[in-house]
Design a protein around this ligand. Structure first.
Ligand code: PRX
Length: 583
């Protein structure tokens, strides 16, 4: 460990906007220094994301500009200006204040994409609380792990989601209040005794508020991300991240004030916050938020009806549109689209060729991670897209391909993708796991866990991951999490989980399970185990396929050899099996 990025500068007495050139390592920090001057900051050199995204527009010419155009899954429509978002988020901040929430407390949201989710996130940020939005498709187990680990004091949720996780709530000693949003009175029986009603609280709250003077190194947002082993880790970001989210909104997504932007990601994942909230709104851009899920005709209709100009989506979604055929888009006017971007998985060249045909333009791939907080490598609009490449590092970022001993490798060589630490949106800890955090920094580099190569012109090409984490439809799935749930099933004695290649989702989760004595490997049992996992986890995370095997290949120290399971599944050479346990 040779990098200590958690140190906070003393910003209390600063008269001018902080100059980070000296503080952060790596080249190009003059870039970030320049960008910092474009944000408005708060007195004393303090910085709060909610101020940058909402209040600075609401207090200026952007007051009546539309910030959010919402379309609900039942076709409902709502519009909020920056001025209205300021008022509403101020009220929610006062609600939390009344409940005793202070700077640094964790406030989590388990919500569908409704305006109240966005209002609550900015309200909590205004108090200096740390927000943690959770994917609304999760089952009880992932929600419990995240609420428990973060020690969240407040959970904002909706009636049906609350019912789904009712059993885990008694196991969360630090959770003090559950606030329930019964959106448009959709639910006939919304509240359980002891719950707080969002609408009642908001009616009583005032909209007078002074935003917390958060330092740029105060934590703001947490997203849990999966690794090969152990439970998911809470990657925590600071208010400073907004500097880079703002900059990449301009440089990569090419935001202009009159844009109508649509990000299809859910705020339960990092793209849905960094680019579904902070990047567009720090740039004062109007965005569409659609509560519903994927349906090709509906997506094209939304682009046509809202005249979407800038669109940020993911390869799986693009492949699903491809699969739905070219007749559907031909029925819609998609000419408003000016710039299309993709992230989360490799964007295959066929998808780019298809985009040229259907949208009349190239889809621009870019690369980043939960830990990086914002885009680091991109095909920016000014560059020629190289189909299959993630693009080049954005200004201010130094990326390299390094060997396993952390030395830079020349162009053309495959190796570990690494980034020089110190970029503004860098995660600043894994919650309560500083050791794991520090292990990600080696010899002056942040090690991303991805393998890639760089060509002679500095374009980066994704090769794969260095760990066993599965990327299914852009969602990272930790095999350990799935295995832990599978072995809770009474029939399962051990389980090993791998990613199986899939033409649409890139990978799907496949499990190998060994049964306890006395259980027969029947079709009915397979379905039962699958349903069990889906109920506890989420459809996106649970195994799509289960094979029964007599026992799992393990190392002599008892670790399941997922690599071997995968090689066997794909019919590939088994590689080094010298550590394999003897039967
Ligand atoms: O393996 C890379 C893949 O997704 C991982 C990050 O996932 P997550 O932390 O969930 O963040 C998703 C939002 C960016 C990376 O380590 N990945 C991301 N972008 C690309 C990609 N793989 C290939 N090409 C990309 N453009």
């Amino acid at each position: 460990m040779d990098y200590h990025p958690i140190k906070k500068p003393n910003v209390k007495n600063m008269k001018v906007k902080p100059n980070l050139i000296k503080r952060t390592g790596g080249k190009g920090n003059a870039v970030w220094d320049g960008i910092q001057q474009e944000l408005s900051w708060l007195p004393g050199g303090t910085l709060n994301m909610a101020h940058e995204c909402i209040d600075r527009h609401a207090e200026g010419a952007g007051k009546d500009r539309k910030a959010l155009l919402w379309e609900g899954k039942e076709g409902e429509k709502e519009t909020y200006t920056f001025g209205q978002l300021k008022e509403e988020s101020n009220k929610f901040a006062n609600v939390l204040k009344e409940l005793g929430i202070k700077k640094g407390d964790r406030v989590f949201m388990f919500m569908e994409r409704v305006p109240e989710l966005y209002i609550a996130i900015f309200g909590a940020l205004k108090l200096g609380a740390v927000v943690g939005p959770l994917f609304s498709a999760f089952g009880p187990d992932p929600v419990k792990d995240r609420l428990f680990d973060s020690g969240a004091r407040i959970l904002l949720t909706q009636p049906a989601l609350r019912r789904r996780i009712a059993d885990i709530l008694p196991d969360l000693p630090e959770l003090e209040h559950i606030i329930v949003v019964n959106k448009n009175n959709r639910d006939p029986d919304p509240f359980v005794k002891g719950d707080l009603n969002y609408d009642d609280l908001m009616k009583r709250a005032t909209s007078e508020l002074e935003i917390a003077r958060t330092s740029m190194y105060d934590y703001s947002v947490m997203h849990y991300t999966s690794g090969t082993t152990g439970k998911p880790k809470g990657a925590a970001h600071c208010h400073f991240a907004v500097v880079q989210q703002y900059a990449t909104g301009k440089w990569v997504l090419d935001f202009h004030k009159d844009d109508l932007y649509w990000c299809t990601a859910d705020p339960g994942w990092v793209t849905g916050t960094s680019y579904g909230m902070f990047a567009p709104w720090s740039n004062g851009v109007t965005q569409l938020i659609y509560e519903g899920g994927f349906k090709a005709s509906m997506w094209y209709e939304l682009i046509q009806r809202y005249k979407v100009t800038v669109w940020y989506s993911a390869p799986t979604a693009i492949r699903m549109l491809m699969k739905a055929g070219e007749d559907i888009p031909a029925r819609y006017d998609l000419s408003s689209l000016r710039h299309i971007n993709s992230v989360g998985e490799p964007l295959n060249p066929e998808a780019i060729v298809w985009g040229l045909k259907v949208f009349n333009q190239a889809i621009h791939d870019n690369w980043w991670q939960t830990e990086t907080g914002a885009i680091l490598i991109a095909n920016i609009p000014a560059m020629d897209v190289r189909p299959g490449s993630m693009g080049r590092p954005i200004p201010g970022i130094e990326a390299a391909i390094i060997s396993d001993s952390f030395d830079k490798l020349p162009p053309g060589k495959e190796g570990n993708l690494a980034i020089r630490p110190g970029w503004p949106s860098m995660f600043r800890t894994y919650w309560k796991n500083a050791e794991m955090y520090n292990s990600r920094f080696r010899k002056g580099w942040y090690i991303t866990g991805d393998r890639a190569r760089m060509d002679e012109d500095g374009y980066f090409w994704f090769v794969g991951r260095t760990d066993d984490v599965i990327n299914s439809a852009g969602h990272l799935v930790g095999p350990f999490e799935v295995e832990s749930v599978l072995i809770e099933h009474p029939a399962v004695v051990e389980a090993g989980v791998i990613g199986k290649p899939d033409p649409i989702a890139m990978e799907v989760v496949k499990a190998f399970v060994a049964l306890r004595d006395g259980y027969e490997p029947t079709e009915e049992l397979r379905r039962d185990i699958m349903a069990f996992a889906r109920k506890k986890l989420a459809a996106a995370v649970a195994p799509r396929e289960i094979d029964f095997i007599p026992s799992l290949p393990k190392t002599r120290s008892g670790k399941i050899m997922r690599r071997l399971l995968k090689a066997r599944e794909l019919g590939l050479p088994e590689g080094d099996t010298s550590t394999l346990e003897e039967d």
